[in-house]
Design a protein around this ligand. Sequence first.
Ligand code: NAX
Length: 323
Amino acid sequence: MSKTTRIAVTGAAGQIGYAMLFRIASGEMLGAQHGIDLRLLEIPPAMDALRGVVMELEDCAFPLLENVVPTTDPNEAFADVDIALLVGARPRGAGMERKDLLEANGAIFTTQGKALSDNASRDVRVLVVGNPANTNCLIAVNNAKTLASNQFTAMTILDHHRAVAQLAQKTRAHVQDVRNLAIWGNHSSTMFPELHSATVKGIDALDLVTMNWYTDEFIPCVQQRGAQIIQAKGTSSAASAANAAIDHMRYWCTESPGTTSMSIVSQGEYGIESGLVFSYPIVCHGGQIDVIQDRVLDDFAQQRIKLTEQELIEERDAIRHLL
Ligand code: NAX
């Protein structure tokens, strides 16, 4: 074992936390050479449930798991962490408007951004999963004054995986045959799953499917997949979200198997307003995230991208006082 990696997980007693922690502790995120030190953040009403999760982690006797600290204090949770997975968020309650949801989460991510800034390792990598993930990430990064913007990301790789699976099914191919697909924009129903550069077994995806399937079935399916899962099973995606978060962090720390999608703080790539947390086609190597810069986007793609950018601008404007 070469080093111990300290990993904070917020919302650790929730569904995604439960689906994620055991896989992290078994080494699936960082490999067998990293010892794991878990810092688990929850709110007071969930501490009993979290204690149960900690007992189960102990009962697995994972060889890599060196330490587990459950806490309700963000400063303690983020002390010297190398990785922070911000999963916990306030769900939309009855009668809550979108603005109220943004505001309630704003308070959480302001506090957590400051706590990361004050306490985390100077090269911490942060992934925001809790929704609205892009805008929560925007709030966290703007409140983490001592950290760099490229240390913060939000999760759109689940949407990427969903899109890859749908295209593979449609073309009767294997998911590994699908390349260069991308999710643009917000993790919301305005996201744009783009096929213009995608290939299946080296053939342009748009030569294999009809434009009608692309616009009327594929795009809405990927955009609404989370809602479809809630409708089918009564609870939201948890195992697939945990899997996506593990892949996101593994790719970032090592390299991605080709193109993937991540939301990062925009530097204005493709004309997107700088500072927004926006999902782009990404490639990771050597511990770095790079935006793929040479995509050719037709009018249809550009319109879709503008639409999702506009939603992110509106979300940002609603919480501008927190930045
Ligand atoms: P759960 O409600 O099962 O768990 C959330 C946990 O967060 C709860 O245990 C709660 O006590 C805790 N929590 C709330 N406020 C907290 C705070 N201030 N500090 C620490 N913990 C806090 O939700 P779950 O299904 O685990 O989903 C978690 C979040 O992921 C939700 O916001 C959900 O919408 C979001 N998702 C994001 C996805 C993405 O692709 N970006 C996909 C999956 C998921 O929908």
